[in-house]
Design a protein around this ligand. Structure first.
Ligand code: ADP
Length: 404
């Protein structure tokens, strides 16, 4: 055996990316080294005393034997070489094998980690091909190299298979997500039109025909308006969260007077919610910052409306503006004296669709999306959010905005 014959095989082993390629390249070297007509891998066929050719490399004048059934190698052909069992089978009398120009062969079993890989078989037209020690040593070395190589390439194939499975799953999830987004968008837009009519006509009834309605009828129209308002804000939340998923938030940065935004928002809420006391406390020395005023207002709208919504027995809402951390951050807090939040729920309330399990909260309408939207906007603006709360005493939602 020439040294080059070993080097060739080791090089193949290093390069082989998959098992099929490994067999082809190694078999090509073996056929040359042994001057054989075929190199094959035989596998057991379950429950039948036959084997099947699963891999093959043969001379160009030979017909392929892939998937052909061949007899199991006979006990009488077994020889022991350096404690390894080898079959040296000469003068073969078997119709199938003879038909394919196989008149003698040498075989060695391949296995790895107690798992059978198959029998490597080198075949010859010559009826009485015998092997010298050098050839048998080489065969033994090939066995070790192939066993190692097959394990290596199979591991790589397994991980490629896992990656491709994950990619398929990922694509499926993406498609489902796209369908869900489309569905929510379509349904929300479809609901908006009839809802606008309901709200428009109820408002008309209450303003124009106020005189002609009796008290019971006025109460009913009020209820219709209240329910439609809730439905309208649910639809707005659905559309908003869908927009984040498809487009993300596009902040339009400009110089903002946060104190002024707080004042305006508090005034708007106060005039619409006469039953609640809503005030603000702004430090004098806050700086003008660069941020998106529309998004800041959206956060405030959400937090103040929650403070009112979750204070069914009334109470005060206070919005506080502070300068924090060496004047590097503005901190805006919305405090209420409402239902409060249980400790175990604080980490969950910013998740999409999460609503408290408490019966007092369940009776209040909501989508569980408001705080999730707030959290995403705050992150877009480069800030953070935190909550402190005591059940039945009240809550404090604070968010920060960077001073730039
Ligand atoms: P929604 O109000 O539509 O349910 P949110 O995302 O705004 O959705 O709020 C999620 C949950 O957080 C609410 O269901 C409620 O349990 C709790 N929560 C939010 N704000 C307050 C608050 N100010 N006081 C008490 N609980 C609150």
């Amino acid at each position: 055996m020439k040294e080059q014959d070993y080097i060739d095989i080791l090089e193949i082993l290093n390069k082989a990316e998959n098992t099929e390629l490994l067999y082809q390249e190694v078999f090509k070297v073996i056929i040359k080294v042994f001057n054989a007509n075929r190199v094959q891998l035989w596998n057991k066929v379950i429950d039948i005393n036959e084997m099947s050719v699963s891999h093959e490399y043969c001379n160009s004048n030979e017909l392929s034997m892939i998937k052909y059934r061949v007899p199991v190698l006979p006990e009488k052909a077994k020889i022991s070489h350096n404690k390894t069992t080898i079959w040296e089978y000469t003068n073969i009398k078997d119709d199938i094998l003879n038909k394919f120009n196989i008149n003698s062969l040498v075989g060695i079993e391949l296995a790895h980690n107690d798992r059978e890989i198959g029998t490597l078989v080198i075949t010859y037209k010559d009826k009485n091909r015998k092997h010298n020690t050098d050839e048998l040593n080489y065969l033994q070395k090939i066995k070790v190299i192939l066993e190692y190589g097959i394990t290596k390439t199979q591991k790589a194939e397994d991980s490629t298979e896992i990656i491709s499975k994950l990619e398929k799953q990922n694509n499926k999830l993406r498609e489902q997500d796209r369908l869900r987004t489309n569905f929510i968008n379509n349904i929300s837009h479809e609901l908006r039109t009839p809802l606008s009519s309901i709200m428009g006509f109820s408002k008309m009834l209450i303003t124009k025909d106020k005189q002609s309605l009796n008290n019971k009828e006025k109460e009913i129209v009020d209820q219709i308006l209240l329910a439609s308002n809730r439905l309208s804000s649910l639809i707005t939340d659905f559309l908003e969260i869908n927009k984040i998923d498809t487009e993300g938030w596009l902040a339009q940065i400009e110089s903002c007077d946060i104190g002024e935004i707080i004042k305006q928002t508090v005034d708007e809420f106060s005039s619409l919610n006469k039953k609640y006391k809503i005030t603000y406390l702004c430090t004098d020395d806050y700086p003008i910052i660069k941020t998106d005023p529309r998004l800041v207002k959206q956060i405030l709208d959400n937090l103040i409306s929650n403070s009112i919504k979750y204070s069914p027995h009334g109470g005060k809402t206070t919005v506080i503006l502070d300068v924090q951390k060496d004047k590097k951050e503005l901190k805006i807090s919305v405090l209420d004296e409402g239902l409060g939040i249980e400790k175990g729920e604080i980490s969950k309330i910013f998740s999409r669709f999460y609503r408290s399990r408490r019966s007092e909260v369940q009776s209040i309408a909501g989508s569980g999306l408001g705080l999730a939207i707030c959290k995403e906007i705050i992150a877009t603006l480069g800030g953070g959010v935190e909550v402190e709360s005591t059940v039945n005493k009240g809550s404090k939602f604070s968010f920060t905005l960077p001073v730039n």
